[in-house]
Design a protein around this ligand. Structure first.
Ligand SMILES: Nc1ncnc2c1ncn2[C@@H]1O[C@H](COP(=O)(O)OP(=O)(O)O)[C@@H](O)[C@H]1O
Ligand SMILES: [Mg+2]
Length: 233
């Protein structure tokens, strides 16, 4: 694992306007994530996991403090620059898969590459490889409605990985899956983490996912309560 810093948050605070007042969802978060980490934000519902993941992914911005994403200070990026950073370097995986229902499996994965300028030949090679990574080569013509939840999440993993991003952000990826599928999708991500040195950051409160993490950051009421490395995984 090389030691390059992928994410650095510096005294990051996020407040939301609620009614006439304000609510602090994240308070003074200072965290560094390095290349190749397989890390998780854990903590009860409402502790700030999704808010932090969205800010790390440049989908939202901090109220105070700064975030550096792959060497770029997010506060200095235009919307277009942030979009470029995401399109090339960050893959997203969500609880509800977020696949496009009218597209088949192949097209859903290829979609991530249409935002980049790649030839159709290059796209096909990359999509077929991503399908192999998740074991869905035989389902490339299926629509999401014809797949199980576990298969849908595998398509979402392939869509996140097809551009070979430096970073994948996964928000409760196992929340709609049974135990067997939860283990399967995390094992698949762990293999890709090792083989491609992709950094993964999860938001999860699933014990089955936590089993595989090599770093567990516990959030409570928007504060980092514990940051623990787990060796030998
Ligand atoms: N857009 C928003 N406006 C107001 N409050 C929000 C908004 N987004 C999140 N919150 C609040 O911030 C807190 C953290 O939310 P969230 O990051 O979704 O937690 P988690 O993912 O850990 O369940 C919650 O209390 C939530 O209600
Ligand atoms: Mg959440």
């Amino acid at each position: 694992m090389d030691d390059s810093v992928i994410i650095k948050t510096d005294l990051l605070t996020k407040r939301f306007h609620v009614g006439t007042g304000e609510f602090t969802a994240l308070h003074h978060i200072s965290l560094t994530f390095r290349r190749g980490e397989f890390a998780g934000l854990v903590g009860p519902s409402g502790s700030g996991k999704t808010t932090l993941l969205n800010i790390i992914g440049t989908l939202d911005s901090p109220t105070e403090g700064d975030v550096e994403v792959i060497g770029h200070s997010v506060s200095g990026l235009t919307h277009q620059q942030a979009a470029n950073l995401r399109n090339h370097n960050i893959g997203f995986i969500f609880q509800t898969y977020n696949l496009l229902p009218v597209y088949n499996v192949y097209e859903n994965i290829e979609f991530a590459l249409l935002l980049q300028n790649r030839s159709s030949g290059e796209r096909k090679k990359a999509v077929m490889e991503a399908l192999e990574w998740v074991g869905l080569t035989d389902k490339l013509n299926s629509r999401p409605s014809q797949l199980s939840g576990g298969e849908c999440q595998r398509v979402a993993i392939a869509r996140a990985m097809v551009k070979r991003p430096l970073l994948v952000l996964a928000d409760e990826p196992s929340a709609n899956l049974d135990a067997k599928n939860s283990h399967n999708i995390v094992q698949t991500m762990k293999i890709l983490n090792k083989e491609l040195n992709t950094t993964f950051i999860f938001a999860t409160h699933d014990e089955k996912v936590m089993l595989y993490l090599d770093r567990i950051i516990t959030l409570n009421d928007g504060v980092v309560e514990e940051d623990k490395m787990i060796l030998n995984r």
